[in-house]
Write a protein that binds this ligand. Sequence first.
Ligand code: SF4
Length: 485
Amino acid sequence: MRGQCRVDWPLAPRPGQKEVSERLSELLSSGFRVLFTAPTGWGKTLAALVALYSSRLLPTVWMVRSLTLGERVGEDAALLKLISVTLAGREKTCPLAEELGEGVHDYCRYFRYECPYNKPPLEVPLMSYEELMRLGAREGFCPYYAQDLVAERAEVIVQSYYRRVPRVARSFVVDEAHNLLMPREASYRISEMVKAVDEARRLGASERLVGALSAIIKYALIRDGPLDPKLFLDEGLEGELREIYLEALRARRGALRPLIKLVRAEAVYVEGERILTYEPRRILPFRPTLFISATLPEGADKLLQVDAEVRVPWSKRLKAHVVEHLTTKYGEFDSNMALGYKKLLLELAKDHERVVAFAASSRVARELTGVVDYYETRPPREWRGIALFRARGRFSEGVDLPADVAVMLGCPYLPPEVSSRLARAYKALGVQEPVKMALDVPMLITTLQCIGRAARSPGEKPLVVLADERYRKYVRELEPYLELS
Ligand code: SF4
């Protein structure tokens, strides 16, 4: 093949790994956007690195959800003797991030020319971002932008999905690409919003603005569910809030940021003492790009706008049952239905030692905490019983929760008002099948991620119980991963 170079595998490739790598190399060399799915532990990272290396598509920008997940990429790159570097975002590297918090991005966007560190060094050696931060602190330069110079020396550049892409890149990899099909969610405590309103008052906000912001908070305190800040703030008040925010940023105060996020969000939802904000995800337009995931429901190829797909099927699918007499559907999840779910959990716990359960929402979780042994906490090493987690909570991704049964207590859809707002936003962005992108795909990805907590290594084969009649609609999407009965 033209433009290819020979790469020796550092370890004997597993059956099929070399062939898959060659196919990826062929597709990426043609400038394609390629979707690559294979089971957890199959060796996707090494196969992808060999493909990029052999097709001379390095340096590559390898995008990850969290930088700790990027360590594995660095280890595999080292096996091929490739130079890798991890680039961190502003919140980790900017010397002003402590004062400004999340507001550091807007500060840098609007007031970078006033920043005392905005004098990049001419040259920096290859070093980690932590070392660069120490050097920047000594020499007074901005470590965030200096990382671009480090990137010029690397062949594999690991960074988060959100960091700006270095110019040197010849190809892109999106690791755990299912995350791109989930909306961006941020969560704020109501107490943070109260502090932000106090700050706005101190900074001279008009009485009308403070009154409107206080009304939003009062509403959130008494009512769970959707919240539309635009019903409280007219255009004039929004403009005033924005001006005060920028003035505060200029004075290096970032406390108003939660209020700005609230106003800018596509959808807002109140859940207990937290306010959740949602924004549609933008699909990155770069080429050639390799999207990697262990679990992507059928149809994801269209949403990610890929040209070709390489799927390594799951050789051993987990056995799964759909429980058809239960649902957490709005209007049908009452005390009787909750009783049905409790009975199911207790029955499962009779026959199995460790039951990991994921509640579709906080409302469902609240009804069921009485029958479980652990709730939203990691069980001890030798645990027995029922451990309950929220499906979109902090334990639903990246955590190992080995169990004998993994049970979904309802379909974890986003709240209906959030999905419909996101669907409108996706439609405006020109996404094909916006309803699917806003409604079905996030639910299916959340389900597969939750189940994956109990089956992190190939030897773990928990029974899967999908306790909601609505799962019947998704047999085609789930069958590549589950043997449904
Ligand atoms: S230029 Fe660098 S130091 Fe200054 S605000 Fe931006 S990221 Fe922070």
